[in-house]
Design a protein around this ligand. Structure first.
Ligand code: BGP
Length: 487
């Protein structure tokens, strides 16, 4: 029996991923309104251990963003000026040979207030130029509609997605995009890491928990999440109707969780974590709330306001593929002696068998294969890895960046991806996160670099913004050219 060599499928979509709020900069240019990302709290040298401080938001932050008074240090950093540099950056991506580029459309560039009677033409025109240039370079756009860029004025008006009106505003924004870009974009993602609403409710759903009624925070967050599920289904419906052949994906933070020991309590605890994580994709793939989650909400006294046709909408308009981010695996334990860490280091229990990045994220290539096998077996839908990579400190030496550690990271993950495909997983593509160095969402730093392309900008926003090809740039170019056979 001949044992065939594990390979990636012909036409595999090797690519790159960025997000408007972490790459574009130009936070108040050409009519763009402030987004929730523009109000994220940031202070120089904030203690990284205080992870939540980076994602917190204060009345002062919001007032500064709404009044435009905080551009002294922050928003100009909120990116690498991709807004103006995109022709040069796309040329670098094309030089690497990427087939697909994941970007997001900043909602507040299209509807600065969120509910205007007409969209901001300058914002629409920017993305039309961007997608047009991508097409010219034979780079397929993969577009995220919601990636932390909700209009701040909208979120302040309704306390984010808690209010049903935001569903209408988002559906309207999405339809303006489908109408304008129907000849340029066929791959769409609705909500980036829709599960992260619990980890940072403000950036993902515009919710400021201090504005919720006391004790209502969890109720409001689940209500907002329900509104996002309905909005995701409605825009999936509209995208299919308006763009024949289009494909819409959900997007999950894949947090595959291991039991720290074979103690049944540890196994049960990790199973609960895994089911809670998968719930968000379940709703968008199966079109209904899983029974265990419904029971969990009941036990917690959470009663969702569900409109008459909501459940039909969820059932009728499910996604075409499942996309996800994968950075690390997690470990769960019920034992008191388990070493726990918090903050922007690894979230939860340390896994003694795995190394960790400088930011404490546990590096686990096998965990990626486990995630692929699990997701494909559960959903029987094509999968797309739309975020993966290693955030670390790079050093420039004589204009070079010798990032062999990044090559090692990707090589080990690509080997596992290739094995998963060999074992039957239908994997559409892969976009590395932050293929060009951009702002970290969790820490607002530039220091936490993911790219194959270095950008000369520091954590204070100083630098020439010059782009430099790292050693890994040439390695990824070779991987793409050989469709992953030469790692
Ligand atoms: C994911 C976000 C991305 C990106 C990534 C890396 O949660 O979808 O926007 O930020 O995390 O995280 P960080 O930038 O904090 O290193």
């Amino acid at each position: 029996m001949t044992v065939t060599q594990a390979t990636f499928p012909r036409g595999f979509l090797w690519g790159a991923a960025i997000a408007a709020n972490q790459a574009e900069g130009a936070w108040n240019v050409d009519g763009k309104g402030p987004s929730v990302a523009d109000a994220i709290n940031w202070k120089p040298n904030l203690d990284l251990k205080d992870f939540t401080a980076h994602m917190a938001v204060t009345d002062e932050n919001v007032a500064d963003a709404l009044n435009g008074t905080h551009d002294a240090f922050y928003p100009k950093r909120r990116g690498i000026d991709f807004y103006h540099h995109y022709p040069q950056d796309l040329a670098l991506f094309a030089e690497m040979g990427i087939k697909v580029l994941r970007v997001s459309i900043a909602w507040s560039r299209i509807f600065p207030d969120g509910e205007e009677s007409a969209p901001n033409e300058a914002g629409l025109a920017f993305y039309e130029r961007l997608f047009g240039e991508m097409r010219r370079l034979n780079i397929e756009p993969l577009v995220t509609l919601s990636h932390y860029e909700m209009p701040l004025k909208l979120s302040e008006r309704y306390n984010g997605w808690v209010h049903r009106n935001v569903v209408d505003a988002f559906v309207r924004f999405s339809n303006v995009c489908f109408d304008r870009y129907k000849d340029l974009v066929r791959y769409w993602l609705t909500f980036n890491e829709i599960d992260s609403i619990h980890r940072h409710p403000f950036t993902t759903a515009g919710i400021r928990e201090e504005k919720c009624a006391p004790g209502q925070e969890k109720q409001d967050i689940y209500q907002a999440l329900h509104h996002q599920f309905v909005a995701s289904a409605l825009v999936t419906r509209d995208c299919h109707a308006k763009i024949p052949g289009s494909q819409v994906g959900c997007m999950l933070t894949k947090l595959t969780t291991y039991p720290r020991t074979c103690h049944p309590d540890d196994v049960q605890a990790s199973l609960k974590k895994n089911l809670e994580n998968l719930f968000y994709a379940d709703v968008q793939v199966f079109g209904n709330y899983p029974p265990l989650i419904k029971r969990d909400l009941e036990l917690r006294g959470i009663e969702l306001l569900v409109a008459a046709d909501d459940l039909d909408i969820l059932r009728q308009h499910t996604v075409d593929f499942v996309s996800f981010s994968y950075y690390m695996s997690m470990t769960e334990s019920t034992q008191p002696d388990a070493e726990r860490t918090a903050g922007n280091t690894v979230l939860g229990v340390k896994n003694p068998y795995l190394p960790a990045s400088d930011w404490g994220w546990q590096i686990d290539p096998v965990g990626l294969k486990i995630s692929l096998l699990e997701l494909y077996d559960r959903y029987r839908k094509p999968l797309f890895i739309v975020e993966n990579g290693l955030g670390c400190k790079d050093v420039v030496e004589d204009g070079k960046i010798h990032d062999s550690y990044r090559i090692d990271y990707f090589r080990s993950h690509f080997e596992q991806m290739r094995e998963a495909v060999h074992e039957g997983v239908e994997l559409m593509g892969y976009t590395s996160w932050g293929t060009i160095d951009i702002i970290s969402a969790g820490t607002s730093q530039m220091t936490k670099r993911y790219g194959f392309i270095y950008v000369d900008q520091d954590d204070e926003g100083n630098g020439t913004l010059a782009r430099l090809r790292k050693d890994s740039f040439w390695w990824y170019q070779k991987v793409i050219a050989t469709n992953g056979s030469d790692l």
